[in-house]
Structure formats: C-alpha cells, structure tokens
Design a protein around this ligand. Structure first.
Ligand SMILES: Cc1ncc(C[n+]2csc(CCOP(=O)(O)OP(=O)(O)O)c2C)c(N)n1
Length: 361
C-alpha cells in the first residue's frame, strides 16, 4: 500500500517530537527541576509511533513506561506531558507523580500500571468489554521483554486467545530488562514464539523500521477489528539511555551499542524520506523549528501551572467513604466476594450484579 506524503511526514513529526520532549526532560532533570526518576525511551520511537499510527478513533491503548510516542500520537499534548513530568496540580495525576502515568479513559488511554505485566489482564478486560458491547474498537497493549516473564502476561494472553478478543500486543524487546539480557529471560530465539503456546499469530519484526512496524501492526489491528482475534508482535529495538537517568547502562557491550546506534530509527527514516524527496532540508528545518516552539511552550506552560496545594497532600490517597465492601458477612465461615457486604447500605454487595451493571447488561 502506498502511503501519502502528508501521512509519512506526520510519522516523522511524531518521532521527532517524542525525542525532543525526552531530550528536554533529561535537561530539566539534570537541572533539578524534575524530581524522582526519569525513564526515557530514546531508540523506541519507530515502535511506539509506528504502532500508534495504525489505530483509529475509538481504539484504546494500554501503554507501559516507554510509550511517550504512543501517548503523543493518541492526542496527549506536550503541555499535558510536561505538567505530568513537572508534577503540577493540573496534571493527569494531579501532581502526585512525575512519570508517564497519564491516563484518559474518555480518550481510550488506560493509565500505565507500574507492576510489570499487570496491565495486560486489564488490556484483555478492556478488549472483552469492547467485544461484549459490540464496539468496533481494538486494544493495543505494550510490554517490555522482561514483562513477558510474568504470570500475568500468560494469563492475559491465554484469556485473549480463548475469547478471541480484539487485542494486539506489542512486545518492545530492547534486549534488556534493566540490566538482565533477554537471553537470561527466555530460551526462545524470538519472544513472539510465545504466541504459539496460546494458539495466536506471532511475528518478530525490526522495531527500528517505522514503516515495517506500521504495516505489521495495521494488519493485526484489522484482523482484530474483523473479529479474528488477538495477536502478538515482537518489535526488536534498543534503549539508547539507561533504564532511568540514574543508570549508565554499562552492562551493554560497546559493539552492541554501536551497531544499534548506527541504525537510529529517526535518522534512518529521515534518510528514507530525503531519498524519496518527501523531506527536503527546508521542510526538515521548518519541522524542527516548530517542534522546538512546541517544547518551549509546553515547558513554559507547565512552569506557570501551580504545584498542588500542600493542604491537599492526603487527598486521593484514601477512598472518601471508606471501603466499598467487606469480604464476608459477620460470622461467615468462608469469607469470599460472594458473601460481601456493601458498606454504604449494609446489604449484600452482590458482585455479579455489580459486574453486570458495569458492563451495561
Ligand atoms: C513485577 C515487577 N518487578 C520489577 C519491577 C521493577 N522494574 C521496573 S521496569 C523494570 C525493567 C523492565 O524491563 P522490560 O519489561 O524489559 O521493559 P524495559 O524497561 O526494558 O522497556 C523493572 C525490573 C516492576 N516494576 N515490577
């Protein structure tokens, strides 16, 4: 399929914007203006942007910690990203957190869950809801190579396969889970081979080639949209920085690093666009200048936004009305959700009815 010039330039713009925002974040961190850790994904831009460009309105993402590109393509603004990183009171987490825990359920963005693998059963749950409500949407979830070793990964993918859910899972295999190389996570040559165990299609592709990522994910998304079920795509890529800015990543052998750096996804795509005469030195300079203005604007906006008021420090930490249900009627010998009591009414909680209400049955 021939992709249009405007679409290709949009891909390029989002890859550059992702990197520029992360570059600025690292500077803000070194200046002490961002507290806590900073986790970047330089090198992953082809995977995250290429995958997100294959989605449509009404689709949903369940991202992990290296997915700034996914957020930007799905409509999160640079201002919102900076407010989150600078922990401002108007950020997605109301200033309680400075990482990519950006969620917006109305925009189909499930906030990232820090516990590795645990977002995947949630992704299957969202896909089940879409299927039960007969929505045309598809769920795109991501995880790292390390996260594939968790039990939650297995449960989520098995469930998605059995239920033929509209789910596409991207494994962002950057070769390391913190300092543990993939070869010490799994004996498989390709992590996509895990798909066989669930009866799902699985594919391993070059995650640094944005057009390969886009076309492969698009096919999987269309398959899911038609009702043909889930699939797993392993995108092989490289994390240019450490796990966080506190990590020098000196466990990566120099030769390995050099060979990946020579295949930087943005530089490669730029060379392709230049060779096709889609990008000229002039348009490149215009895109760069406009991105720099956007990043400047985002930082200024975030710095002018107030921090959360100190007297609200304990807000949103505890449920306002206490627990919703107590597990077990007084005197019950086998406490379980089946005999839970609703704390507000004192009546049986009836978890089955609550679940049916939640999915609109
Ligand atoms: C269950 C669990 N174990 C450990 C951690 C701490 N931790 C956070 S990210 C990370 C590395 C994750 O590696 P991978 O899944 O390959 O993703 P990558 O960071 O390489 O993108 C670790 C060990 C965690 N968040 N959850």
């Amino acid at each position: 399929m021939e992709l249009g010039r405007a679409f290709l330039l949009q891909i390029y713009y989002f890859m550059r914007l992702t990197r520029a925002l992360e570059d600025r974040t690292r500077t803000l961190f070194l200046q002490g203006r961002i507290v806590g850790g900073v986790y970047t994904a330089q090198g992953h831009e082809a995977t995250t942007v290429g995958a997100a460009m294959a989605l449509r309105d009404g689709d949903c993402i369940v991202p992990q910690h290296r997915d700034l590109g996914l957020h930007l393509v799905r409509g999160v603004s640079p201002r919102a990203v900076m407010c989150q990183w600078l922990a401002r009171g108007n950020s997605a987490t109301l200033g309680r957190d400075g990482q990519l825990h950006i969620g917006d359920m109305h925009a189909g963005i499930v906030p990232m869950i820090s516990i590795l693998g645990e977002s995947l059963p949630v992704a299957s749950g969202v896909a089940l809801t879409m299927k039960m409500r007969k929505r045309p949407g598809v769920v795109l979830a991501t995880c790292g190579d390390g996260a594939t070793s968790t039990g939650a990964f297995h449960e989520a993918m098995n469930f998605a396969a059995v239920q033929r859910l509209p789910l596409v899972l991207i494994i962002e295999n950057n070769g390391y889970a913190y300092s543990t190389p993939s070869s010490r996570q799994s004996a498989l040559q390709h992590l996509s081979e895990r798909a066989k165990a669930y009866g799902l299609p699985g594919e391993s592709i070059d995650g640094n080639d944005v057009l390969t990522v886009f076309t492969t994910v698009q096919q999987a998304v269309e398959r899911a949209r038609k009702g043909d079920g889930a699939s797993i795509i392993e995108c092989r890529t490289f994390r240019v920085r450490g796990h966080s800015e506190a990590d020098k990543a000196d466990y990566v052998p120099e030769e390995e690093r050099a060979s990946w750096l020579a295949r930087d996804p943005i530089h490669s795509f730029e060379a392709y666009l230049m060779q096709k005469e889609i990008l000229t030195m002039e348009t490149k300079a215009e895109i760069e200048a406009s991105i720099q203005r956007e990043v400047q604007d985002a930082v200024a906006f975030a710095e002018q936004s107030p921090l959360p008021a100190s007297e609200t420090v304990a807000d949103y930490v505890f449920a306002p009305d206490g627990p919703i249900a107590i597990i077990g009627e007084p005197g019950a010998t086998a406490p379980s959700y089946i005999n839970a009591i609703d704390c507000r009414t004192g009546q049986p909680f009836n978890i089955v009815r609550k679940a049916e209400e939640a999915i609109g049955r």
